[in-house]
Design a protein around this ligand. Structure first.
Ligand code: 5GP
Length: 211
């Protein structure tokens, strides 16, 4: 006997949720909140040549690699993109992304604007770009100072870079969404709402039919 109309969705491709922000934009907290709130979302773990900060774990936050190892893997085409950010090299390993998309698993990528641009180019149908901005430059400067990790020159460098990035983010079309990170909880719920909506995109479904 029929149980009435049911929408049957075939499998869908996984989504690459690409999140960028100027440093001090509050992105790390936001990304952690998104991952904690949504077990179906996993983090793309980048390779970097920068040393681990206190509390960071190899294989969870980054794969911390030597410059030699980084070059070898880059030359072996293991990276979908790589970039130099503040004197260190960063790269996104490609194989886990291909596997996640095919298996319908969603992945969050915390990369800078160069990385976001490359990922959108390589995965135009699967990547969603989200840019997180602080409410103002004054607030950004205050957050960078409160972090206490940088001197004046480094803070100025980060602020200059933030201005360039915000300008570039507006112009490039790399990003589909912007989140103004005024309030931590609201920003987190906006990120979740974006992911939820993207999961419902018809174009991601292998098939939809009614019985
Ligand atoms: P941090 O050293 O503070 O963890 O990251 C510095 C910057 O590098 C951040 O803007 C972060 O988004 C960016 N980043 C981290 N991993 C990657 C990556 O794999 N590729 C690119 N292009 N940027 C990355």
């Amino acid at each position: 006997m029929s149980e009435g109309p049911t929408a049957v969705a075939g499998g869908r491709r996984g989504i690459l949720v690409v999140v960028s922000a100027p440093s001090g934009g509050g992105k790390t907290t936001l990304v952690k909140a998104a991952l904690a709130a949504d077990p179906a979302l996993s983090l793309s773990v980048s390779c970097t040549t920068r040393p681990a900060r206190p509390g960071e774990v190899d294989g969870r936050d980054y794969f911390f690699v030597s410059p030699g190892d980084f070059t070898r893997r880059r030359d072996a085409d293991e990276f979908v993109e790589w970039a130099e950010v503040f004197d260190h090299a960063y790269a996104t390993p490609r194989a886990p992304l291909d596997a996640a998309i095919a298996a319908g698993r969603d992945v969050l990528l915390d990369v800078d604007i160069q990385g976001a641009r490359s990922i959108k180019r390589v995965f135009p149908a699967d990547a969603v770009g989200i840019f997180v901005v602080p409410p103002s430059f004054a607030e950004l400067e205050q957050r960078l100072r409160a972090r206490g990790t940088d001197g004046d020159a480094q803070i100025k460098r980060r602020l200059d870079r933030a201005r360039e990035e915000i300008q570039a983010a507006r112009e490039t079309g790399v990003y589909d969404y912007v989140i103004v990170n005024r309030d931590r909880e609201r920003a987190a719920s906006e990120l979740q709402a974006i992911v939820a909506a993207e999961r419902c995109r018809l174009s991601r479904l292998a098939a939809v039919h009614l019985d």
